[in-house]
Ligand binder design. Structure first.
Ligand code: SF4
Length: 687
């Protein structure tokens, strides 16, 4: 028996644990006490992160679809088929989806494959669906689109404002830091349409309507300015745009009375929240997809920045705009340039110098994709249905858009228009079912690599067992495919470390990192530009990453969501996660201990709404939107605001995303998964 220390493959917290390996097979998880992130503690998902690894239905051989059925194939045949097909398309007829679940090395390889081998501009991944607004919003106002502070220093905060994040269920080991702060006297303010376990620990609960975030925060800022609680010195020395922001938030639209009406939060609670937040001296904002998944996602993100600049809560321990990333490596996949507008470390593809840098370094004899922005995954789906023939083939690594993307009927229709679909994954899933070729991949326990957590900490995965059957690591598959297409010289790597070193040589914020340095328990937070640089747990200490070093305060007028409840669809649907499941359920639903706890989805409704609908707790109902309908069990609870419904999005059999709207933020192209209009119908059984 041996222990192999690694990093949790689930949420973006980045907890470490030991995999227990018995005679070459992973059989358990044991604490790794020296982790500075989780200090040996784990949430249920981490505790059972070994159960799916040796599931009997892991993919073990490549599969080629023939006459509508998958047939096992050799690697040689599968790769030859893909290579021949890919070569038959023009560059921009192809698109690639990288993955927030796989390693930095895998994402770097996919990014290089897309731009260098296929020469397509169209590469993206599911960060588009969760934190694209963070990347765009924070980069616009601070010059860096990432969580500003570290997880550990949340415990130093004197006031923690959690908005749009069920931290205790979705990032439990970050919730632990909130409780540490609370134990030391910090006030916790929680804004959400549901009284979640996070809200139950809060000192002040603002139960607001999903989609009214900007109104709430503008209202808080008006109170702060009216009372002179703003941090004048910070604003003067470190920010631009204060007068424009002040002009907007001082409008009557954001009077306490109006804000209370729009948000549904009592005026006295909004005032108390503003006072606690502004006067603590050390206040942190924690947010997640409740903020980002809106047509105004970028506005919401910028509002959190406005609030922090106004109160001077940036660049110090216990402060900051802390965007909590939902997937283990969503930060890293973005850092690796698996986005349609940037190479690694957000070097823009339209920047001639950056384009030349990658062209020269990669040495593809026939060049790389032109220096123009490509399509986002949400836009790809629209292009597939609205511009037939423009996109023809898609290569998906470790993603399952058939559960994760909004308006699933539309997604299925879009994927079915493809001439050729390749899916590379560890299990057959709803998207892979539609593929022409399925390639079996190794999971996190079967390969070395790195992932970057929500706090920009880069940590190691370590191989604990061999992959099942003929499955291989993702970058190895990509490199083999590149070689089949005549580009073996550009993918010469023998180890994950070699991939990392190539990536780091082209990526300033990772430039000082090596596997040796990352092997220490602390690992390193980017930016870490030199071999003797200690990493940067807190951003913006002295100045922001903007050209003049100043943060940009921005006037953000409040706008409602794209689809508001009306007489036909009278309820506001919001979606989210369960502590027992993760994302599209591909891994957690194959973990018996997790699946046992919440084996299917549910719809939460307020008792008053349930009474009006004549629905009892545990009864099946039909939830219907303008996109589709599902049957789902009602969970009647007074923890949800009247008029609002909630469905966890993990479950294929009652998929919330059948109902959600594919309306996009105009900048980030993120869909509005957090606010759609639905109606609920009682199912009357005919006896
Ligand atoms: Fe894994 Fe996140 Fe749980 Fe930590 S909090 S054990 S990273 S799922």
């Amino acid at each position: 028996m041996k222990y192999v220390q690694t990093t949790c493959p689930y949420c973006g917290t980045g907890c470490s644990f030991n995999l227990v390996v018995v005679e070459g097979k992973v059989e358990g998880v044991a604490p790794y006490q020296r982790s500075p992130v989780n200090e040996g503690k784990l949430c249920p998902k981490g505790t059972y992160a070994y159960e799916f690894i040796n599931s009997p239905d892991r993919l073990k051989k490549p599969l080629i679809k023939k006459d509508g059925k998958f047939v096992e194939a050799s690697w040689d045949d599968a790769l030859k088929l893909i290579a021949d097909k890919f070569k038959s398309y023009r560059p921009d007829e192809c698109a690639c989806l990288a993955s927030a679940r796989t390693s930095n090395e895998d994402n770097y390889a996919m990014m290089k494959f897309a731009r260098g081998v296929l020469k397509t501009r169209h590469i993206d991944h599911c960060a588009r669906l969760c934190h694209a607004s963070t990347v765009a919003g924070l980069a616009n106002i601070f010059g860096s689109g990432a969580m500003t502070n570290s997880i550990g220093d949340i415990a130093e905060s004197k006031c923690v404002f959690i908005i749009g994040s069920n931290t205790f269920e979705n990032h439990p080991l970050i919730g632990r830091r909130v409780m540490e702060a609370k134990a030391k006297g910090a006030k916790v303010i929680y804004a959400d349409p549901r009284l979640t376990p996070t809200g139950k620990q809060a000192d002040l609960f603002l139960q607001f309507y999903s989609g009214t975030d900007v109104c709430l925060m503008n209202g808080m800022m008006q109170i702060i300015i009216k009372n002179g609680w703003e941090n004048k010195e910070f604003i003067e020395k470190r920010c631009n745009g204060y007068e424009e922001l002040k002009k907007e938030v001082m409008k009557d639209d954001y009077s306490l009375e109006n804000v209370a009406k729009v948000t549904g939060v009592p005026a006295d609670k909004i005032k108390t929240a503003a006072e606690w937040f502004a006067k603590s001296g050390t206040s942190a904002i924690l947010y997640s997809m409740g903020i980002t998944q809106h047509t105004v996602g970028v506005d919401n993100v910028k509002s959190t920045g406005n609030l922090q600049m106004l109160t001077g809560n940036l660049g110090r321990p216990g402060t900051g705009v802390n965007a909590l990333r939902g997937q283990n490596n969503v930060q890293g996949a973005c850092d690796m340039g698996a986005l349609p507008v940037v190479f690694t470390a957000y070097q823009k593809v339209i920047d001639e110098a950056a384009h030349k840098k990658f062209t020269d370094a990669w040495k593809f004899p026939d060049g790389i994709a032109e220096g123009k922005n490509g399509y986002e995954v949400t836009v790809m789906m629209d292009v597939l249905t609205e511009k037939p023939g423009e996109l023809k083939c898609l290569y998906i690594m470790g993603e399952n858009p058939m559960i994760s993307d909004p308006d699933l009927t539309h997604v299925k229709h879009a994927l079915k228009t493809l001439e050729f679909l390749v899916v590379q994954d560890i299990f057959m899933n709803e998207t892979a079912e539609l593929a022409d070729v399925v390639l079996p991949a190794a999971c996190y326990a079967e390969k070395d690599g790195t992932q970057t957590s929500t706090e920009r900490r880069v940590q190691m995965w370590r191989k604990a067992q061999n992959p099942p059957g003929e499955a291989k690591g993702d970058w190895e598959i990509i490199a083999s495919l590149a070689a089949k297409m005549g580009y073996g010289a550009q993918f010469p790597w023998k180890t994950s470390e070699e991939v990392f070193n190539e990536m780091a040589s082209l990526t300033p914020s990772y430039g000082g990192m090596t596997y040796e340095r990352l092997s220490k328990p602390e690992a390193l937070h980017w930016p870490c530009p030199a071999k003797d640089h200690p990493g940067t747990p807190i951003l913006h200490g002295e100045k922001f990453g903007m050209p003049d070093g100043k943060g940009l305060m921005t006037a953000i007028p409040f706008k409602y969501q794209a689809e508001r409840p009306d007489k036909d669809y009278p309820f506001l649907l919001t979606t989210g996660r369960s502590i027992w499941q993760w994302h599209t359920g591909t891994m957690t639903r194959r973990s018996a201990s997790l699946e046992r706890e919440e084996p299917t989805g549910w719809i939460e409704m307020n008792p008053e709404d349930a009474k009006a609908l004549d629905v009892k707790n545990g009864e099946k109902v039909k939830a219907v939107s303008r996109r589709g309908e599902i049957e789902i069990t009602a969970r009647v609870t007074d923890t949800i605001k009247k008029g609002v419904m909630f469905i966890p999005f993990h479950y294929a059999e009652c998929a919330a995303n059948v109902l959600t709207i594919n309306a996009l933020d105009p900048v980030a192209k993120i869909p509005e998964s957090k606010a759609s209009a639905v109606k609920i119908q009682k199912i009357v059984e005919v006896k």
